[in-house]
Design a protein around this ligand. Sequence first.
Ligand SMILES: Cc1cc2nc3c(=O)[nH]c(=O)nc-3n(C[C@H](O)[C@H](O)[C@H](O)COP(=O)(O)OP(=O)(O)OC[C@H]3O[C@@H](n4cnc5c(N)ncnc54)[C@H](O)[C@@H]3O)c2cc1C
Length: 286
Amino acid sequence: MPIRNVPLWLDRYPKSRRPSYSRFRGELETDVVIVGGGLTGCACAWAFAGAGVKTILLEADSIGRGGTAESAGLIREDFDASFRENALAHGLRASRTMWQMMRRASLDFSAAIRRLGVRCDLASSDYLTITRAYSGGARLLQREHQSRREAGLEHSWLKPAAVNREAAVESGGAIRTHGFTFDPYRACVGFAAAASTRGAVLHEDSPVRRIRAGRKQVVGKPVLYKTTKDFLLQFGLKDLAELPTLKEFEEWSRLALGDDAGETPKEEPKPEPEAEPPPPPASEQS
Ligand SMILES: Cc1cc2nc3c(=O)[nH]c(=O)nc-3n(C[C@H](O)[C@H](O)[C@H](O)COP(=O)(O)OP(=O)(O)OC[C@H]3O[C@@H](n4cnc5c(N)ncnc54)[C@H](O)[C@@H]3O)c2cc1C
């Protein structure tokens, strides 16, 4: 049987309605250049243009046809990673901040889609991280859930019978989080259109081959990075001298994330005799 290798989201979008933006030609003065017209680039173009920043987006191929069209269409509130291992490696406070920011981002992103009125089948949905039945995975996953609960994250634990009832899957249990499902291609096309309406200039078939601001003519010829005055003003800076030094930036990050001293989980990681790869989530996710 021949296999059609077309992403689902593209397949269900009428070809006649796919957007088309002109190729970039000539020269243009702008404050921000975004390279890549996937969901990330289009959402950024929309945000910059909305803030009144002169923005141009250059897409090598077609809007939304890269990783965006191939994604599973999940907006998750947690990472595809172990909270417990992160807390042991980086400290409890930093890990909790990461997970809280991820949740905030998922809510902000879905709120932006709603506000824009983008029709992309956005729907809130539970997300189950399931472990297989009859394996040591249940104990590991339960411990992961406990770490999250102790950190104040509101993720619940589903017993095997409940997982079976809700998802018709034989399992050793599951962590339930919340999130959204959506059509990422439609969302991307929607953000692109909204960015364009707000004044961003979008171009397709326009690969960026080189980003160059020149080199300083001193020993070693270090690369020069450039920004425009308007761009700095958006961040409340008068000139480049007001940018923080690397040391200051590190200090601010430390203050923002907190000093984790004494906040690592009490339990030290031990070798797990029954350790196995992290359980696969209920739905596929990259
Ligand atoms: C199988 C799979 C499933 C996934 N599932 C999810 C999921 O459920 N939820 C989730 O949040 N994420 C998921 N992801 C990750 C997903 O790809 C991203 O979340 C998001 O869609 C990527 O958007 P992007 O704009 O960063 O990248 P892309 O959509 O890949 O966009 C990058 C764009 O940059 C362009 N480009 C590259 N180089 C240049 C250049 N030099 N000049 C101009 N343009 C250039 C490309 O042509 C492309 O269009 C999944 C990924 C995969 C592969």
